[in-house]
Design a protein around this ligand. Structure first.
Ligand SMILES: O=C(O)C1=C[C@@H](OP(=O)(O)O)[C@@H](O)[C@H](O)C1
Ligand SMILES: C=C(OP(=O)(O)O)C(=O)O
Length: 415
């Protein structure tokens, strides 16, 4: 039995940093995630003139309800879409000229629906090169507020950025959403806004955010449920057992729902008040599953699918094509390299078990989830290596060491 201490949630840490920066006092974040994405977010705040103090277990942020301290800033968002999409909204509420750039990987990822919505609210936002992509400059003069229509069918992060901005506007925001993926992330946003003293109402597809700002608080970050998926999957394919403390029935993160997929496939799953245990039973059935709400765990499922007794079909995951890489094709390509039969469509992937997977050098495309997912496959398939194992730094710099410490690979070798 492995008890696994999973680092803090990337999504909660990013939101908490935004909320703390905008709040009316000093906020303490307990157990924030320390990884490239969240360090990049914190560095972005520092570049805008916020004070972020760090100790190993907690970060302290001096909130500035009036917006960034500096009148001009240049922010590099690295690979982080939360940084690249949330920080321009924070900056828009201040007064100054703020430029945001990002890594080549992040520059390729879309932003246009958020750009349009911010412009509709009167924000002067200009893209320097390609329309709807970084780099961009915000000439900020505060945001009055009002009504906007948003297509969040490619990313819920556009909606989260607008909701987070809502309490910082002068008259409040009404955001009507025509399409939405990754809906549980919006619920995280709303729950955390409430924890920082703001309110969000809902009338059908319209989100209503009154003005009023945020209040500083002490906030404890949950372990990352997407990261936990690799450890749960590892238990299932090795016939082992993994318990993750700190993630239980009250967790905010939709990605904990991945354990329900494992349960449907035959795993033993116990979700307690404050911990979750998954154990392999030797049985892993095929499944057809809609992962629109939990698509960061699509690669985890694809990576264990070759060990199922029937086909694994994952549907409604078109937006995984605009993540760190085209994850549908990256999963398919790497599984095929292992000799596994895979078919993809515009928004689905089907893995057809049969052939025993063979070792391969996994092409990662600099995507942390491709590495962490196929590390799970590697517990059963000798000879799996990665062209860029270090890209796990985006969300879990210590992944390889932590994964080895579970001892689950040893269990697999003994089979
Ligand atoms: O808001 C967030 O913290 C996130 C939302 C999701 O993105 P999309 O809404 O783009 O699917 C998820 O994939 C990402 O890892 C984190
Ligand atoms: C898609 C992801 O990250 P982001 O969109 O926050 O860059 C992810 O972590 O899988």
């Amino acid at each position: 039995m492995a008890l696994v201490d999973i680092p803090g949630s990337k999504s909660l840490t990013a939101r908490a940093l935004f909320l703390a920066a905008a709040a009316d006092g000093v906020t303490t974040l307990r157990r924030p995630l320390r990884s490239d994405d969240t360090e990049g977010f914190a560095e972005g705040l520092t570049r805008l003139g916020y004070r972020v103090g760090r100790t190993p277990d907690a970060w302290q942020i001096d909130g500035r309800p009036q917006g960034p301290a500096l009148a001009e800033a240049d922010v590099y968002c690295r690979d982080g879409a939360t940084t690249a999409r949330f920080l321009p909204a924070l900056a828009a509420a201040g007064h100054g000229v703020y430029r945001f750039d990002a890594s080549p990987q992040m520059r390729r990822r879309p932003l246009l629906p958020l750009t349009r919505a911010l412009r509709d609210l009167g924000v002067d936002l200009r893209h320097e090169e390609a329309e709807g992509h970084h780099p961009l400059t915000v000439r900020a003069a505060g945001v009055e507020g009002g009504e906007v229509v948003l297509d969040a069918g490619q990313s819920s992060q556009y909606l989260t950025a607008l909701l987070l901005l809502g309490p910082l506007t002068r008259t409040g925001l009404r955001v009507t959403v025509t399409d939405l993926v990754s809906a549980p992330y919006v619920e995280i946003t709303i729950a955390m806004m409430r924890a920082f003293g703001a309110d969000v109402g809902r009338e059908g597809n319209t989100y209503v955010v009154p003005p009023g700002g945020y209040r500083a608080t002490t906030y404890a970050i949950e372990p990352d449920a997407s990261t936990a998926s690799y450890f749960f999957a590892a238990a299932v394919v090795t016939g082992g057992e993994v318990t993750v403390p700190g993630l239980g029935a009250g967790a905010l993160q939709g990605d904990l729902g991945f354990v329900d997929v494992l349960r449907r496939m035959g795993a033993r799953v116990e979700v307690g008040a404050d911990r979750t245990t998954v154990a392999g039973t030797g049985e892993l059935r095929g499944i057809t599953v809609n992962m629109r709400d939990i698509s960061d765990t699509m690669p985890t499922l694809a990576a264990i699918a070759p060990f199922a007794s029937g086909p694994v079909r994952i549907e409604d995951v078109a937006n995984t094509r605009v993540k760190e890489c085209d994850r549908l094709e990256a999963c398919a390509e790497n599984l095929r390299r292992m000799g596994v039969e895979v078919v993809t469509g515009p928004d689905w992937i089907e893995i057809r078990p049969g052939a025993v997977p063979t070792g391969a050098d996994v092409k990662t495309y600099g995507d942390h989830r491709i590495v962490m997912s196929f590390a799970v496959t590697g517990l059963r398939v000798p000879g799996i290596s990665f062209d860029d194992p270090g890209c796990v730094r985006k969300t879990f710099p210590g992944f390889h060491e932590a994964f080895a410490r579970t001892g689950l690979g040893t269990a697999a070798a003994d089979r």
